[in-house]
Design a protein. Sequence first.
Length: 269
Amino acid sequence: MVIASATPTHVDLLTRAVRAGKAVLCEKPIDLDLARVDRCWVEIAALNPTVMVGFNRRFDPSFREVHDRIAAGDIGRLEQLIIVSRDPAPAPREYLATSGGLFRDMTIHDFDLARFFLGEVVEVYATGANVVADYIAELGDIDSAVVVLRGADGALCHITNSRHSVFGYDQRLEAFGSAGMLSVGNQHLTSVRLSNATQTEAAPEYLNFFLDRYTPAYRAELDHLITAMEQGSQPSPGFADGREALALADAALESLRTGQTVRLRPAVS
């Protein structure tokens, strides 16, 4: 069962699906309230549920290759990770009013991607601003953010977010290690480049938005769930990954509010 409805419905639908014996792919976030997420797990854990959370970026071919090549030792020990994620335009007021805010709605993808590379995160520092749209500030949210994470082994991650990018959907990643660097650039409609008397290497626009940029990732995500169902294994990212990404979003909100680095407790397995 795929749950892609409004966030406030996720916990109820997920619980019903598990009770009915269904494998579940639930879109992020599981809920906006961490306590409600924990209560949901208490309710379904004994049923040995098959639950996957929709962090599709783990399945992007380029990001996945970087992850696998780090694991293979291509750049030595990972020391720094940079994630850039900027939307082409802010979502409507009506959507943002119930989205849970930038960190729970947008950055949560980057929090999960950071965990995919760094493993356990032990520190979060976040700062934000309102420089894009007045109505976002009126909703009590920010539209731009910079977040710094520290992994348990000391590796650092820098996340940059914005609700607005005039040149299109900006999705980049850089992994820097003791023996080299791996990077992922933005993707274009085609690979054609124009060079003439007034410009060089002029390229078509970037892929427009998430459905264009991450279509292969969505397909791979579903394939992974189906394979897990066939083999009787647990899919990844699972419920615990959804819970930990939300915990990072909450920590970022606390850091934004206090101006202090937030230290996290070890993840509950």
